[in-house]
Design a protein around this ligand. Structure first.
Ligand code: NAP
Length: 286
C-alpha cells in the first residue's frame, strides 16, 4: 500500500460472501480513482482491536457487516441516524472515528428509484422482521412520514422493542394478525431472512394486498425472491434487495474517495452476474 492510495475495507465474520468489494472497486475503476477496497475477516473478539488500529492499517474508513454492526456503534462517534437505528455500517475519520447507517438511505433510495412517489399518502406499511435490517427500514419509513408501521415478527418481544425504540407509530403484531394488516397496507417490506436461498420460504398471501400496493424485499439471494415474483405476477410495483445493497454503498464511497458514485445499470448487471451467473437476460434497475 503506498501513501497515495486511499483504502477502505469491509469488516465481517465471515466475509467471503460480501459483494461490497465488487461494488467499490467497480466505482474506483470507473472514476479512475487510485484507491483500494478489501475484505477483512475479523472475529468478534478481535473487532475492537482492529477498529482501534484502522488508521494504522492504512484505512480511511470501512464498512461493517454481520456480526459487528452494534459493536461498531459503541466503538465510534455515531451520527443521529446510526444511534437511532442502533447499528453502524459505515465508518470514516473526521477528527475521531465517526459512523453512520447507510442501510436507511439504501432502502429509501431504492424505493425512490423503483417506485417513484411511493411515500405519497401512505397511511400504513407492514414490515416483516425486527432485526437490524428491519430497524433501518422502520427508521426510514418514519422519516418519510408513513403514518403507521405494523411490525410482524416471529419473536413478538423483538417487535415490541421496535415500538419502544421508535415510538407509537410502530405497532407490533403476531404472524396470525398479518392478513388483516396486509389488507390496509400500501407497502409491504420483507426484512426477515425468509425466502433466502437455504432458508425457509416466506408463507404469505399477498392476494390480501390492495392493487396499488408496493412490495419490497431486502433479500437479494435469490435476486427474484418468491415474494417479488408473486408481487410481479399481480402487477404490483416492486423494489428488490440488490437495489438496496447498491444504494447503501453510495454514502461510504463518497466519504472515503470524495466522489458521489452512481448506481448504473452496468453496475447492477455486474452484481447480477456475480449473484446468479447462470441467469440469462436479466435487465437493469427496476
Ligand atoms: P437479523 O438481524 O438476523 O434478523 C433476522 C429476522 O428474520 C428476524 O426478524 C427473525 O425473527 C427473522 N427470521 C429468521 N428466521 C425466521 C423464521 N424461520 N421464521 C420467521 N422469521 C424468521 O438479520 P438482518 O440483518 O435484519 O437481515 C435480514 C435480511 O435482510 C437478510 O436476508 C439480509 O441479507 C437482508 N438485508 C439486506 C440488505 C440489503 O442491502 N439488501 C441490508 C440489510 C439486510 P426473530 O426475531 O424471531 O428471530
Amino acid at each position: 500500500m503506498t501513501a497515495k492510495v486511499r483504502a477502505a475495507c469491509v469488516i465481517g465474520w465471515p466475509i467471503e460472501h460480501s459483494r461490497s468489494p465488487l461494488i467499490h472497486n467497480y466505482w474506483l475503476k470507473t472514476y479512475g480513482i487510485a484507491g483500494a477496497y478489501r475484505r477483512e475477516a475479523v472475529p468478534a473478539a478481535e473487532f475492537a482491536g482492529f477498529i482501534h488500529s484502522l488508521a494504522a492499517r492504512g484505512y480511511v474508513g470501512a464498512n461493517v457487516t454481520v456480526p459487528h454492526k452494534e459493536a461498531a456503534l459503541a466503538l465510534t462517534q455515531p451520527d443521529d441516524r446510526a444511534r437511532a437505528v442502533g447499528a453502524a455500517n459505515t465508518l470514516w475519520f473526521d477528527g475521531g472515528l465517526r459512523s453512520t447507517n447507510t442501510d436507511v438511505e439504501g432502502f429509501l433510495a431504492n424505493l425512490d428509484t423503483a417506485a417513484p412517489h411511493w411515500d405519497r399518502e401512505l397511511p400504513q406499511a407492514v414490515v416483516l422482521g425486527a432485526g437490524g435490517g428491519a430497524q433501518a427500514v422502520v427508521y426510514g419509513l418514519l422519516s418519510r412520514n408513513v403514518g403507521r408501521i405494523v411490525v410482524v415478527n416471529r419473536t413478538y418481544s423483538r417487535a415490541e422493542s421496535l415500538r419502544r425504540r421508535f415510538g407509537d407509530r410502530v405497532e407490533p403484531a403476531h404472524w396470525h394478525d398479518l392478513d388483516a394488516a396486509l389488507a390496509e397496507a400500501g407497502l409491504l417490506v420483507n426484512a426477515t431472512t425468509l425466502g433466502m436461498t437455504h432458508q425457509p420460504q416466506l408463507a404469505i398471501d399477498i392476494g390480501r394486498l390492495r392493487d396499488h400496493a408496493i412490495v419490497a424485499d431486502l433479500v437479494y439471494v435469490p435476486l427474484a425472491t418468491p415474494l417479488l415474483c408473486a408481487a410481479a405476477a399481480r402487477r404490483l410495483r416492486t423494489a428488490d434487495g440488490l437495489g438496496m445493497l447498491l444504494h447503501q454503498a453510495v454514502g461510504g464511497f463518497a466519504l472515503w474517495f470524495g466522489r458521489r458514485p452512481e448506481v448504473t445499470p452496468q453496475l447492477r448487471q455486474l452484481l447480477e452476474a456475480d449473484l446468479e451467473p447462470s441467469t440469462p437476460g436479466r435487465t437493469g434497475i427496476t
